[in-house]
Write a new protein. Structure first.
Length: 582
């Protein structure tokens, strides 16, 4: 009982002392919370500028200041989402003990390009952060406020001046022409060039006019196709999407359609079917027109099969064009198309060269069938990259679809034989087309992802026999740069023929493997087969418009950035670039 009384007495005493502290200690002895700064946001009138400028004005209360700490003293665009596509300019402050402080008032300037916004008037939400400190150096809890302002984000029409960047423009136009010219020797275009050469052999006895018109028809198909491709890239660029050479190959449906067309083309090389017009004099009169139309379509087809290849000079030229106006993009693609078609334009202007080719005969029939196998191999190559990331059921359905396509082509060849009536040809074509379309709709499901085993997923992160190889990510790249480690970035795609050749004969060679191990170089491999937002962002920032991309990050090379290697590699080139840049 005595102990209980003592506890009660102690509790009463503590309560009395607490009440005395509340009533008798002066109010000013308890520190108040820091007052909030006054903040106002306004949109600056930039006149005809293509930049949006927002001023954020801070008014700091007396006896308080703001320290330059970007973690808290910062402004951001909350909406629309821009993912850092803007910069913030801080004013000059007062430097005290290696710390920059702001007293009284400070105005932060937020600058963004209008092209990143939807054109027209728009409400923009901005957040303004702060953390006030008193004269004794005590900093209070940080705070943040949001403000909404209306801005006119009408993007001005793109302008073009021949004088502003004349030297660069002419240099990269030459690159575009040379890149198009060099596409003719790239492996993915070889089958089509062989077919074109075979058609020239058949034309060797034609007159000068027919040879010239045939070559010009082929060139027109190439140039018009690349013009249309340029329009699509401009649309993608305007929408803020990735735009680059071979972008269409990232669609599995496009790869499947292209593979199907190449496969059907290969069947025609074996005379499974022939495209014929109604017999008699009408066919004879239409023969020339049909030949020119065929050359035009061959030109279109050449552009389609060239997508997996990036020739030297072409990549830098396309990347430069895509960073400029729409008119420059179109101009560059037209010059690339002219370079692509240039050898055959020259043959058309010099028919004597065509007549030097051997006369058609049994050899040409055998050569045509060999080309059929090469085209079939091309289709298999494209499909192998497509099906590698899909399950077995999808692959089996693709094989069934190709079997149906083969039957449709055979059926058309039997029914629409040379000399058949127009009605017979039309019915055969309609039935064959319906058969292929039915197989496409009911058999193909390319959106279904493949099932990856845990071992395969882990293998993609680290290749056991090559422990220095990692999967590309911006976070991994930044981490390796922070550690001052040399990094080799390899961006590839399964449909990229140039990538495959470089990987097979150069990057996977024992010499390069030993070189990477000896120099302790980490390799980051990025798969761009079906697109990747992180890789697309890195490529855009690096000024690259297509795969392959090879970049070497040197230790402590923060100011100049990576060193880019050419698209076509050799062992000597890789070792030379790495040895010269240390």
């Amino acid at each position: 009982m005595k102990n209980t009384g003592n506890r009660i007495t102690f509790a009463r005493t503590a309560t009395l002392i607490f009440l005395m502290m509340i009533f008798f200690i002066p109010a000013n002895a308890i520190p108040d919370a820091a007052p909030e700064p006054g903040i106002s946001v306004s949109v600056a009138d930039n006149g005809n500028s293509d930049l949006l400028t927002i001023k954020i004005s801070y008014e700091f209360p007396r006896d308080f200041h703001q320290t330059h700490n970007p973690d808290f003293f910062r402004v951001d665009i909350v909406s629309p989402e821009l993912s850092g596509k803007y910069k913030v300019v801080y004013p000059e402050g007062k430097k005290e003990n290696d710390t920059l402080n702001y007293y009284g008032m400070a105005v932060l300037t937020l600058v963004a390009e209008k092209k990143h916004f939807t054109p027209g008037k728009q409400i923009i939400t901005v957040s303004a952060g702060y953390q006030l400190c008193d004269e004794e150096g005590t900093c209070y809890m940080p705070g943040k406020k949001e403000f909404s302002v209306e801005a006119d984000l009408q993007v001005l029409p793109e302008t073009f001046s021949w004088h502003a960047e004349a030297a660069d423009i002419m240099k990269y136009i030459l690159f575009a022409f040379l890149g198009g010219l060099l596409l003719n020797v790239m492996p993915c275009v070889f089958p089509l060039l062989s077919i074109k050469a075979l058609s020239l052999v058949k034309q060797s006895e034609d007159d000068r006019r027919k040879i010239l018109l045939s070559s010009l028809s082929y060139a027109s198909g190439i140039i018009i196709s690349l013009f249309i491709l340029a329009i699509f890239l401009i649309i993608l660029k305007s929408a803020g999407k990735y735009a680059g050479w071979g972008f269409q190959m990232q669609s599995p449906w496009f790869v499947m359609a292209l593979s199907t067309v190449i496969f059907i083309f290969s069947l025609s090389m074996f005379d499974v079917f022939t495209v014929t017009l109604p017999g008699g004099k009408a066919a004879a009169r239409a023969g020339s027109a049909k030949g020119y139309a065929g050359q035009f379509l061959t030109g279109i087809f050449a552009v389609l099969v060239a997508a997996p290849c990036t020739a030297p000079f072409l990549g830098p030229a396309i990347a430069y064009a895509l960073s400029r106006s729409s008119l420059i993009i179109i101009t560059f693609f037209i010059f690339a198309g002219t370079g692509f078609a240039f050898p055959f334009i020259m043959l058309g202007l010099n028919p004597a060269l065509v007549r030097m080719l051997p006369k058609p005969g049994r050899w040409s029939s055998v050569f045509k069938e060999i080309l059929g196998f090469i085209l079939a191999l091309t289709a298999v190559y494209l499909l192998s990259g497509l099906l590698k990331k899909r399950d077995a059921e999808t692959a089996i359905n693709v094989f069934y679809f190709l079997l149906i396509t083969s039957f449709a082509a055979w059926f058309y060849g039997k029914i629409a034989a040379p000399g058949a009536s127009m009605l017979r040809i039309a019915l055969a074509l309609a039935f064959s087309t319906l058969l292929v379309a039915t197989g496409w709709v009911f058999l193909l499901d390319l959106e279904k992802p493949g099932i990856k085993s845990e071992a395969r997923v882990n293998a993609e992160e680290i290749i056991p026999e090559k422990e220095y190889v990692r999967t590309f990510s911006l976070q991994m790249l930044e981490s390796l740069e922070d550690e001052n480690r040399p990094v080799f970035v390899n961006i590839y795609a399964d449909w990229c023929t140039t990538c495959k050749v470089n990987e097979r004969f150069v990057l996977s060679s024992p010499e390069i493997d030993s070189f990477f191990r000896e120099k302790s170089i980490t390799v980051l491999r990025g798969d761009f087969t079906e697109g990747n937002p992180e890789i697309a962002k890195w490529m855009k920032e690096s000024g690259k418009a297509g795969v392959p991309v090879y970049a070497y990050y040197l230790p402590s090379r923060e100011t100049t950035g990576p060193v880019f290697l050419p698209e076509i590699l050799s062992k000597e080139i890789v070792i030379k670039y790495f040895s010269q840049n240390r």
